[in-house]
Design a protein around this ligand. Structure first.
Ligand code: NAP
Length: 309
């Protein structure tokens, strides 16, 4: 499996439900569209519901059978995450697939509504809280999956517990790399905790390689945007290709929990989905445990039944 896997190999998803964060653009849009094309009922979780509705309409125009809903979720605001999880859980009895995809990259230092550095807060803490609040729904499904979206840049990341929020020293790309390493540490620690409690839910990770989306220009400083846009035009693969590892991790039958899926090309920049290796730092269980505890403290979201791995 893995060689030239494409969306037409996604098994029938009829009867399954999925939630994609950051579905209003880029990879999330493609993932939502292809899951819906395969028959999954998909919720597009977006901070801008107007944009989400427009995306849902654009998907329906190419996939008329798509079963979509749009819900408001701002991952840079833990109150919004809690409100979303309350609404979502009240309206459903299970969730088969959660794709933790939304993200921001390399802005000048900014903070979330809760005062967290924007990238650590949105990319990691928001998804940590969301997943914790949706655990009951996931465990009510048969073999649910959580797919956390990381990046090859996790390899240059380091979790700086002394300055997690970049208050003493902030470097934009370092902070992004830290957040993407945190995504992987979380995915693997979640998998260990799920297995320890004999859960039927599985946690996996994926990365898209280098894909042309708005990530590189959305919040980066204005001066560097033309360079980033040029990089996208010259070197990136399409969002459709970049989304394949996420779709593979979410839907290919029989995948083990804890695997990391990325493109099979040189440097994992482009290509078709395959199993790839996380950095050693991403597999450090002590760092993962500590990050988990800190994340519970910061977000106030306790994974009650997941006390130890
Ligand atoms: N593109 C690449 O080459 C690449 C490489 C490695 C990893 N990734 C990862 O892939 C994921 C998707 O990125 P992308 O490339 O598709 O970028 P994108 O086109 O910029 O999409 C990012 C999505 O995240 C959403 N988002 C941002 N902040 C949010 C918040 N506070 N609450 C809720 N949603 C929020 C955005 O919403 P709006 O539409 O409202 O802005 C958008 O839907 C990210 O996790 C990124 O780190 C991408």
């Amino acid at each position: 499996m893995g060689a030239k896997w494409e969306t037409d190999q996604i098994p029938d998803q009829t009867g399954r439900t999925g939630l994609v964060t950051g579905a209003s653009s880029g990879l999330g849009l493609v993932v939502a569209r292809e899951l819906a094309r395969a028959g999954m009922e998909v919720t597009l979780a977006c901070r801008d519901t107007g944009k989400g509705q427009a995306v849902a309409e654009s998907i329906t125009s190419v996939v008329p059978t798509a079963r979509l809903s749009v819900e408001e979720l701002d991952l840079a605001n833990i109150t919004s995450v809690r409100r979303f999880a309350d609404r979502f859980s009240a309206a459903r009895d299970r969730l088969d697939l959660l794709v933790n995809n939304a993200g921001v990259m390399a802005p000048p230092r900014r903070v979330t509504a809760d005062g967290f550095e924007l990238q650590f807060g949105t990319n990691h803490l928001g998804h940590f809280a969301l997943t914790g609040l949706l655990c009951d729904l996931l465990e009510s499904a048969d073999k649910a999956r959580v797919v956390s979206v990381s990046s090859t840049l996790h390899k240059v990341g380091r979790i700086d517990f002394e300055d997690l929020q970049g208050e003493r020293r902030y470097r934009r790309v370092r902070a992004y790399a830290q957040s993407k390493l945190a995504n992987l540490l979380f995915a693997f620690e979640l998998e260990r905790r799920l297995r320890a409690r004999g859960s039927t839910t599985f946690s996996l990770a994926a990365h898209p390689g280098f894909a042309a989306t708005s990530l590189q220009t959305a919040v980066t400083p204005r001066l560097v945007r033309p360079v980033m846009a040029m990089g996208n035009r010259l070197a990136a693969q399409s969002a459709d290709m970049g989304a394949l590892p996420l779709l593979y991790a979410g839907t290919v039958p029989g995948l083990a929990g804890g695997v990391f899926i990325g493109p099979d090309g040189r440097g994992e920049k482009r290509g078709y989905p395959t199993v790839v290796m996380p950095s050693r730092a991403a597999q450090d269980e002590e760092t993962a445990r500590r990050l988990w505890e800190v994340s519970e403290e910061l977000t106030g979201v306790q994974y009650r039944r997941f006390a130890t791995a």
